[in-house]
Each structure stands twice: as C-alpha cells, then as structure tokens.
Write a protein that binds this ligand. Structure first.
Ligand SMILES: *Cc1c(COP(=O)(O)O)cnc(C)c1O
Length: 235
C-alpha cells in the first residue's frame, strides 16, 4: 500500500470510529464529546501514527513506555499537539523519561507504582493524571488492583500533584460483548461506590477497545482505547 492510500484508509477508519462513538454515546443519553477516543498506536511506526493524528486523533495510547517516548521524540510527531496516554504495564525505572511527555497514566496497577509516580511528580514538580487499573475479573493472574486495594489507596493523601481521575479496566481475554458489558457495568458501580465513600468523583472510566467500545460507552466509558479498528486494511 502506498503512503497516500494508507493515509486515506486511516482517515476513513478514524472517521467511522468517530461516528460509531457518537451514535453509542447518544444512544445512552450522553454527548459524543463525553467520550475521548484514544488511538492505540502500538501496532504501527511513527509515520503511520502521524497519519492518525493528521486524521484528527489528538490522543494517542501506547502500551510500552520506550515506544511512547521514541514516538514523542520522533521527527514525525515531536511538533504535533498530542496528548499521550500510557496504557500498559509500567516499570518504575521508566517513569522519569516517560513523564517528560506528560502522559495520562491509565495503568497504575500497584501501590508501589503509585508511590513512585508521586515521588517523581514531586521531584520534577509536575502534576500527573493517573487512573487506577481495576482487576475486574477477580483473576489473580491478571494485573490490576482489587476493590479493597483501590479503596485503601484512594483514602490516602498524596498531595495535589497526583491527580487520580478515575479507573481503567480491561474485559477478560476472550470475553464476548455481552459478558464484557456486564464487567464494564461492574466497574461503573464500583466507581460509584468508591466515589461516594472517598469524595473523589473518579470521573474518568477508561474501558472499551476495538471489539467492545460500544458496550463500554453504554456503561459510562469516557476514554475508549481503540487500536486495531483504526488500522484495518493497513496492518
Ligand atoms: C492494544 C491495547 C488496546 C487496543 O486494543 P484493540 O483491540 O487493538 O483496539 C487497548 N488497551 C490496551 C491496554 C492495549 O494494550
């Protein structure tokens, strides 16, 4: 596929996702602008990632910190106004370089990581937006925090630089859309409960991917992390 065909295909993919997100939002009485599409670009290089930005997608998600910063520093993207999102497992020793690009960190999945983020934010005197990753399936093998651990972390004071803005969740592997919707509903109810008991509104819910974003929006997702759909026909 040549460069201009690729660019056009990505633009069409993005616009159709924008439409579907808007329809899903309206169907559940919400505004399209209540839902941010985070384009997950882990499948493609910096040039193809830039095609998605040119199509209008200003929020990009990566699951590996090194790739996020390499792209943020690349010729193709360094001057683009991108809001970065870190959506995958993060090691503490990667935080410093990552935080130069002020990503929203969706994948805070342990107390140790949250404490390291707080420490780093203090050292560089920069606020950081984070989401706490929930283990919804209750599966020990999965990453994410249990409901009890979430409550405990939310009751602690970490100062104004660490802004815990909500929860992130992934439906279990191989979950069908009906079961995924049920899991997303559980996340929303957990959020409502935690918000009531801690006073933190936890306004953001990061849930839903290419295969289940409509279900997630129906259950209140404010950030949908969409990858493969955007690169249909390109990969
Ligand atoms: C890859 C990935 C996505 C996007 O998945 P698609 O099915 O390609 O849309 C979303 N969230 C996380 C954490 C991912 O790693």
């Amino acid at each position: 596929m040549n460069e201009s065909d690729r660019k056009e295909r990505i633009r069409q993919n993005y616009l159709s996702v924008v439409d579907e997100v808007a329809v899903a939002a309206q169907a559940s009485g919400r505004q399209p602008s209540d839902v941010t599409i985070v384009g997950v670009t882990k499948y493609v290089d910096a040039a193809t990632t830039a095609d998605l930005v040119d199509a209008g997608c200003g929020s990009l998600g990566e699951n590996r910190p090194q790739v996020l910063w390499q792209k943020a520093e690349s010729e193709e993207l360094k001057d683009q106004p991108v809001q970065w999102h870190m959506i995958g497992h993060l090691q503490r020793n990667k935080l410093r370089r990552l935080m130069r690009y002020a990503p929203m960190i969706h994948s805070v999945d342990s107390r140790r990581l949250l404490e390291a983020v707080a420490k780093e934010a203090g050292e560089i005197d920069q606020a950081v937006d984070v989401l706490l990753e929930v283990n919804i399936s209750g599966d020990d093998a999965k990453t994410g925090l249990s409901p009890d651990a979430l409550l405990e972390l939310l009751q602690e004071d970490r100062g104004p630089l660490v802004r815990i803005g909500g929860l992130m969740a992934m439906a279990g592997m191989g979950t069908d859309q009906g079961a995924a919707r049920k899991q997303f509903a559980d996340v929303r109810m957990l959020r409502d409960k935690l918000a009531a008991s801690t006073g933190n509104p936890l306004a953001n819910l990061s849930m839903g991917m290419s295969g289940d974003f409509k279900e997630a929006i129906a259950e209140g997702a404010t950030l949908v992390r969409i990858g493969s759909r955007l690169f249909d026909g390109v990969l």
